[in-house]
Write a new protein. Sequence first.
Length: 379
Amino acid sequence: MAEVILKEICKQYDNGIFAAKDISLTIRDKEFMVLVGPSGCGKSTTLRMIAGLEPITSGNLYIDGERMNEVQPKDRDIAMVFQNYALYPHMTVYENMAFGLQLRKFSKEEIRHRVYEAAEILGLTEYLERKPKALSGGQRQRVAVGRAIVRKPKVFLFDEPLSNLDAKMRVQMRTEISRLHKKLEATMIYVTHDQVEAMTMGDRITVMKDGLIQQTEAPLELYHHPVNRFVAGFIGSPAMNFIEGIISRSEGKILFSEANGPLQLELPESYSGLAELSDDGVILAGIRPEDIHMTRNGNECLVWGKALVEVCEPMGNEVFAHLTTATGNLKGHSLISRSYLETIPRHGTVADIGFDCRKFHFFDQKTGVSLANLVMQES
């Protein structure tokens, strides 16, 4: 397998628009790297430049130490799995998996060995004589993966391969691809818009927006230490709650007051650095749904406020409560709490909500950049 290095890669179209700009990224040997972001962020374009399907405007691409900018796709020793399977409908599963090897003039014995080896890994042995129309969506995707495996390439590329599958099959295929990565010890680059796929599959995740890399980290590091508002809001389901407010110091207390709303929270002294911000002190607070509690469980780190219950979504072992910060008739921001509740609150009631003061994230209100360096969290 191989290391893949992108150095200041750009893709600019004739109309001057950049699909990807200054992409610098190192995918380590045997690493599972996920590129994630909303539609149009440049992740698929970046993958296609690695594959050679999209010319690079500027910058350099290296695979296994060799510059690849002008190398033809067939000579890059990569294999790509597409969203739409791209199987030949008139060929059997065996023929689909063997086709690329036949073009490369492999012997019949070697082709048979590689196809059966891949079919065994993917559980496709009994389907080798079937045609794609006789297979389920998940089986077709396994055939597409098998066609890549038989090549034994240096790098595997996946372009949203699970998008056409139903929810249950997506979960199953996520597990299968992760297991396959560990078995093959392969370098894999995987593109998706689904942050759940990214979090559960990647060794590291690269979050992209508007053709730019926002952050590259291991999944939990990305989740707990986002560098800006976009990453914080994109990673996590349900998404992080954001409340615009003002940090101030009053009578020796650090207070966060909701802008144009009723919520006021007393924060620990460890947040004192935030009180020394700009003159207006306007700041954006972020907190994840699981860090907003609706039961008084004796946690000393909770600071309490009031919220109006708008909608509750029972999820089985937990409840997603859609709330609006409120005091009397005064309403503020919408929030989502993710809690374990035995009794579901009724619509229209006012509930106590507790914020875990250790889990706040603060961002510059204008730039969206994280202000974590100004916050010394309690250990």
